[in-house]
Design a protein around this ligand. Structure first.
Ligand code: NAG
Ligand code: NAG
Ligand code: NAG
Ligand code: NAG
Length: 410
């Protein structure tokens, strides 16, 4: 089964020291974030949750006014929506719990941690509850060790223990007034699971042409598959897109794989919201042989950098206008981080691992083969609404964790 947990955190401190889903917008901003991460994390794995970031920013938007609000709406791609329309959209995302029969688990939790005695406007709290079903918890940030423990416990509980030690006592000071946290947890079984006995050690060739040995899962089955052209003549310009549904068919993982001899970096600039849509609309159900690594990616990065690159800057400065959130005039965001984790495996595969019955080799092919033995790009997406829950790439399937930026050093 695939487990993902993730969350984003925004810490505030003061100066004293369904609808018709215009999901193209979220997809657009997701791609911009990906590109920014790509530029700063050269050859690393990437993982983040556009959904989580959109929800956390939505709550900040509720608290913002004036030019601070304008910036957020523009950067998130909401400027062509009617005022407040995005809130209905985000509310629908918050309630995007998969249908009962889907057997996927998707849990979304939001909490505002407020310094004892700090005044948050009633209207803001009401809206936060209404649109984001957010909790309010009171803490004493001056007891920084206890506050960090409390928040870390909350995060653990709401990510089924996948994410621990998010904040450290050093993140809080006497002037810390609020911390806002969004957590997204997803667990889904493949609709068609990989059999553990078919998993074999396999060679994975990185973009620098070095090779590593990794556990490669295998199955032959019906999946959504398509071949696309990147417009170049190199290796025919063909790349493969494979969509593997989770149980219930509502959520799926999309894998994008260039030809073996073509580095992922040549494909990445092509990725656009529109193209993601086109992949989803063009893949056809057919028999495919799939070789997919079992992999884990964990990533933590400074979300502030990303948001600033998107054009959200004022909220990080003393002139931020968060007057809807609180009458306190000098509130601004001091930190924003994002951490995520994914594990992809056969589903309950720990039992019988070794005795392979199907020989894995590059034999003559009856069906298209998708051999994910070199770097790839992936998405976890709601097939109905197009919402991107997670997005990333795997350059180093053997690495457990990567960090584009060391948050501790901020
Ligand atoms: C915040 O924005 C509102 C609406 O534009 C404006 O009336 C108010 O003066 C601003 N407050 C601050 C502190 O900038
Ligand atoms: C998140 O965790 C807290 C602390 O354990 C718990 O009280 C809360 O109900 C959880 N929220 C959700 C939405 O599950
Ligand atoms: C975790 O959250 C759930 C609600 O989602 C709650 O029932 C449970 O008590 C919480 N556990 C802890 C240890 O706080
Ligand atoms: C994962 O991160 C931890 C702490 O940052 C580090 O100690 C560990 O070596 C890392 N593991 C891998 C496999 O890189």
């Amino acid at each position: 089964m695939a487990f993902l947990g993730l969350f984003s955190l925004l810490v505030l401190q003061s100066v004293v020291s369904g609808a018709s889903f215009p999901d193209g917008t979220i997809a657009e901003v997701s791609v911009s974030m990906y590109n920014h991460l790509r530029a700063s994390a050269e050859d690393e794995n990437i993982l983040f949750s556009p959904l989580s970031i959109a929800l956390a920013m939505g709550i900040m938007e509720l608290g913002a006014q004036g030019s601070t609000l304008k910036e957020i709406r523009l950067a998130m791609g909401y400027d062509n929506l009617k005022t407040g329309e995005e809130l209905s959209l985000l509310r629908a995302f918050s309630n995007m719990v998969p249908a009962e029969e889907s057997q996927c688990e998707l849990k979304i939790a939001n909490s505002l941690f407020v310094q004892n005695g700090f005044h948050v406007n009633e209207d803001f709290l009401k809206m936060m509850k209404k649109y984001f079903n957010a909790e309010v918890n009171h803490v004493d940030f001056s007891q920084n060790v206890a506050a960090a423990n409390y928040i870390n416990k909350w995060v653990e509980n709401n990510t089924s223990d996948l994410l621990k030690d998010l904040v450290s006592p050093r993140d809080f000071e006497a002037v810390t007034h609020l911390a806002l946290i969004n957590a997204v947890y997803f667990k889904g079984n493949w609709k068609s699971q990989f059999r553990p006995e078919n998993t074999r050690t396999f060679s994975f060739t990185k973009d620098d042409e070095s090779e590593v040995q990794i556990p490669m899962m295998y199955q032959q089955g019906e999946f959504y598959y398509g071949e696309f052209s990147d417009g170049s003549n190199e290796a025919g310009g063909i790349y493969q897109v494979l969509e593997i549904p989770y149980e219930g068919d509502e959520l799926s993982m999309t894998l994008v794989l260039s030809r073996q001899e073509v580095p992922l970096a040549t494909l990445e600039p092509l990725v656009k919201a529109q193209l993601i849509e086109e992949w989803a609309n063009s893949v056809k159900k057919q028999k495919v042989e799939v070789y997919l690594p079992r992999f884990t990616v964990e990533q933590e990065f400074d979300l502030k950098d990303i948001l600033k690159a998107l054009g959200i800057t004022e909220i990080f400065f003393k002139n931020a206008n968060l007057t809807t959130l609180s009458d306190h005039k000098e509130l601004f965001l001091s930190k924003a981080i994002h951490k995520s984790f994914i594990e992809v495996n056969e589903e309950g595969a720990e039992a019988a691992a070794v005795s392979g019955m199907i020989a894995i080799s590059r034999m003559a092919v009856l069906y298209p083969q998708v051999i994910v033995d070199h770097p790839f790009f992936f998405l976890i997406r709601n097939r109905r609404t197009g919402t991107i829950l997670f997005m990333g790439r795997v350059m180093h399937p053997e690495t457990m964790n990567t960090s584009a930026h060391d948050f501790e050093e901020l």
